[in-house]
Design a protein. Sequence first.
Length: 260
Amino acid sequence: MMSDQLLDTFAEGLTAGLRSALGSDLVAVYLYGSTVVGGFVADVSDIDLLVVTQRDLDAALAERLEAFHSEFVECHPDWDDRLELVYVGLDTLANFRAGGSLAVISPGEPFHLRDGVELWISNFYLVRETGVTLFGPPPADTIPPVSWTDFLTEIRRYADEVRSRNLRCATPAGRAYCVLTMCRALATIRNDRPCSKQEGAALVRSWMPEWAWLIDEAECCRLSRGRWGLTDDRVTEAAESFVALVGDAILTISQDIHTP
């Protein structure tokens, strides 16, 4: 996990910046992911935050937040391209299954508004079950209940989306992300509990030892932030085969779960 000192420093600075940028529009800030449940790697792992606002973001609020993110990264360059923040309005979050808009910034993806809040159900589940409150009320007061079945359904949907990606057009870091994300998805579904990418990689390495070399290379690529590994055609082809194979395993397990 992230050290208490680092977490406190990060939480204080980021939450203060969000309060300044959003003012009375800020309802809550929740920290989740590897910083909370384990698997955080210094200088590599992302920071995952769900930010709940009083209303959906309009152009003026979005502009203030873009400015805040630029200033924050300028002051904290170590976090450049390592922030994954989801902004969602309170009413939209309370009725997310009906759809709606949200704002997102994530590694490799600039701050932007988008539709599809219902696709973030796995994030909402993790925040509600494991999130740490940095500001505002506890997650259960703002996020409606999400069942384990709904969480697994979204994990399967996202794994299928990852499987459909063209790894030959992806960066090495993107290929590593796909390999490790599929490991996490398979481990989560097979063991019936959430896990980190690290834990998922370790489990799938033991279940599929013939693919250990590829998982090792994906982890090395992740730790180097894309500077090493998963570059040549042979490895890319292997990554495609592995992602398809794990996708088949996830589908088989899913069918077994739904068979009376």
